[in-house]
Design a binder for this molecule. Structure first.
Ligand code: DAH
Length: 340
């Protein structure tokens, strides 16, 4: 039995020497010192010994146990250290390595120019209004003096949702909504998305953006319209910009006009940019039609106003020399990166 006990120490030391993980160490501990372990098994036989031998073997067994426990503790301390070292090595971060910079986005050119235009009008005392993109026929057409069967409806290929609900084809319905909710003096711009059933190509998109403007007060004249819009043009295009007003027709204004800017590429001579005209059309405008005022319960005998509408995409395309409208909507980072 003495031999067996001494052998156990040798075996345990050997096994522990070869153990590589904390789990393996634990296995060995159970195998030798556990309730059904080898040492326990030997001690169960102590009863068969003579009374003289018992205390000697008992003492030896205790020594064996404490020897094995010492080796266990030693090895497990070493392995713990090794495991920590291995983990530190595998999780090591090289702080001198170059970082991976995620590419950040860019301000959309439509937003850049819209912000500039808003700033110009805010500076002239306007505020920004908005209205729904899903709109009633009444606001998009009827209240704007475009009754059913009016030819102006044909020029605005409309996405109808039901007979009287549609995707707005223009931002002009915001004029009506504003006049219904607000008493004059009114001075607003209303930028937003508009929709027309056009096939997509370089110059057409079923979704584009307009900026509407409306001023209503006592004594507003065509002079106010011209002064405001000329100031706007000079702030947007530079102090030397030259504008002209050309008679036109819109159902919701009377009289109506279009404002052109003298071609900034050829100075009015005529070139490719202005298609030989010398002038570039910027916006539609006019004095608010008395019927439109009446539709909004504003007395045209007391009040008058002017309105205007411009397409945002065309302004931006000329500014950044973009020749394809589709680029605005494809969200290709390379396009936005190189535009500014
Ligand atoms: N709503 C017109 C369009 O989409 C643009 C327009 C013209 C708006 C004249 C106006 C205006 O407010 O006075 O073609």
């Amino acid at each position: 039995m003495k031999q067996q006990l001494e052998q156990i120490v040798v075996t345990a030391a050997d096994l522990l020497q070869n153990a590589a993980t904390a789990a393996e160490i634990d296995e060995i501990r159970v195998k030798i010192l556990g309730k059904k372990g080898e040492l326990t098994n030997i001690l169960k036989q102590v009863g068969t010994l003579s009374p003289e031998e018992r205390p000697l073997v008992g003492q030896l067994a205790n020594e064996v146990r404490s020897k094995i426990e010492n080796i266990l503790a030693e090895r497990s301390a070493i392995i713990k250290k090794e495991e920590i070292a291995a983990r530190l090595a595998s999780e090591k971060i090289d702080v001198t390595m170059p970082g991976k910079a995620g590419e950040i986005g860019y301000k959309h050119p439509l937003t850049t120019v819209l912000d500039e235009i808003k700033e110009i009008f805010l500076g002239m005392g306007f505020s920004v209004a908005s209205g729904p993109e899903v709109e009633f026929d009444y606001y998009n057409f009827e209240a704007l003096n475009i009754p059913p069967n009016h030819p102006a409806r044909d020029t605005q290929d409309t996405f109808y949702i039901t007979d009287n609900i549609l995707l707005r084809t223009q931002t002009s319905p915001v004029q009506v909504r504003t006049m219904e909710q607000q008493k004059p003096p009114i001075r607003i711009i209303a930028p937003g998305r508009v929709y027309r059933s056009d096939a997509v190509d370089a110059t057409h998109s079923p979704l584009f953006h307009q900026i509407e403007g409306l001023v209503v007060d006592k004594g507003i004249t065509m002079g106010d319209l011209k002064g405001t819009l000329e100031t706007f043009a000079k702030r947007l295009y530079g102090a030397d910009a030259v504008v002209r007003f050309r008679p036109h027709h819109f159902p919701f204004t009377e009289p109506s006009a279009e404002m052109d800017i003298m071609c900034f590429s050829c100075g009015g001579e005529g070139c490719r940019l202005c298609k030989g005209e010398g002038w570039i059309e910027i916006l539609g405008c006019g004095m608010v039609h008395p019927k439109v005022l009446e539709n909004c319960n504003i007395d045209p005998e007391q009040y008058s106003g002017f309105a205007f509408g411009l397409g945002l995409e065309r302004v931006v395309m000329r500014r950044y020399k973009i020749d394809d409208l589709r680029l605005f909507f494809e969200n290709d980072l390379k396009f936005f990166k190189n535009i500014y």
